[in-house]
Design a protein around this ligand. Structure first.
Ligand SMILES: C[S@@+](CC[C@H](N)C(=O)[O-])C[C@H]1O[C@@H](n2cnc3c(N)ncnc32)[C@H](O)[C@@H]1O
Length: 277
């Protein structure tokens, strides 16, 4: 057997062992991207191969956190896909305003940029004090960055452009304080956000949500895991609630598709029907 074949066996054994020891389940992640990321992690790890890494990973929690960070894709930005935020502002918020209180789950929130963007938007639309965002991720390291809400100053120009394209009408600089090479977001934005660890592959749902946002997360999952996660969201969402996916994700051919209508074609924002099929 060649090295590639051995690597594939070692990775299957490692993922199985991690699932048994920690409950982290990466077995249903899309193969090619997972393989690339495992190879990448291994090359910087100092271990000769995955079998050698396995013994340490099963005993050393810090190394495991580093591994999880290495194999999950954590890139994010504020007001990413600005047209999504524009659609939320123009087409979703008018519905949310009819509720006395709004609950939103951001699953796979990474380092928090998407969540703070939503908090800014909801405040600008007058929902301050009337919403709570549950922001979750499997990766503890990015979650602690999210809790801090501090981002490199050099990224602000891009964030400002996104914010403006998304329909933002204020001065984005009002939302952060620049310190040396970092920008610290306004601490008030955190008041209505709860950050928590949550693994979409194994954990249960959060209930009675008006909106679930899970963008650029399921692209890394195999079909069976996508189904599991969509069922989780379907249970979490109230009728009339909004399910927001990333530009490369959709409900097409998924089991829960019949329970939803797309808000407008191509938005990847789905509205849960009152009568389920
Ligand atoms: C590319 S980021 C997307 C961030 C943000 N939603 C956005 O679109 O900018 C994907 C995130 O999904 C998280 N993730 C991967 N597998 C997960 C799982 N099983 N449960 C929860 N989060 C997961 C990763 O840790 C990562 O932070």
């Amino acid at each position: 057997m060649n090295n590639d074949g051995i690597f594939d066996i070692e990775s299957r054994l490692l993922l199985e062992a991690l699932q048994q020891v920690y409950g982290y389940d990466f077995r249903d992640y899309a193969e090619s991207s997972l393989r690339r990321r495992l190879l990448n992690w291994l090359s910087g790890s100092g271990f000769a191969n995955l079998s050698e890494a396995q013994g340490r990973l099963l005993r050393d929690r810090n190394l495991l956190d580093q591994f999880v960070c290495g194999i999950t894709v954590n890139v994010s930005e504020m007001f990413r896909d600005p047209l999504f935020f524009r659609a939320v502002r123009e087409q979703v918020v008018p519905h949310l305003k009819t509720y006395s209180f709004v609950k939103i789950w951001h699953a796979g929130c990474a380092s928090g940029e998407e969540v703070y963007s939503m908090a800014i938007l909801l405040r600008e639309e007058g929902l301050q004090g009337r919403y709570r965002i549950y922001a979750t991720d499997v990766n503890e390291e990015v979650l602690s960055k999210a809790r801090e809400g501090i981002y490199p100053l050099k990224e602000m120009q891009r964030f400002i452009r996104n914010y403006q394209k998304s329909g933002g009408q204020h001065d984005f600089a009002d939302y952060y304080t620049a310190r040396y090479d970092h920008a610290m977001l306004m601490p008030e934005l955190k008041k209505e956000i709860v950050f928590a660890a949550h693994n979409l592959a194994v954990d249960a749902d959060f209930g009675e949500m008006n909106m679930v946002v899970c963008r650029n997360v399921m692209i890394y999952f195999k079909a069976a895991l996508k189904e599991r996660v969509l069922e989780l969201f379907d249970r979490a969402l109230l009728p009339g609630g909004f399910l927001c996916l990333g530009q490369k994700e959709s409900l097409e051919k998924r089991g829960v598709a019949g329970n939803y209508d797309e808000l407008a074609r191509g938005t990847r924002i789905y509205v849960k029907r009152y009568l389920q099929s």
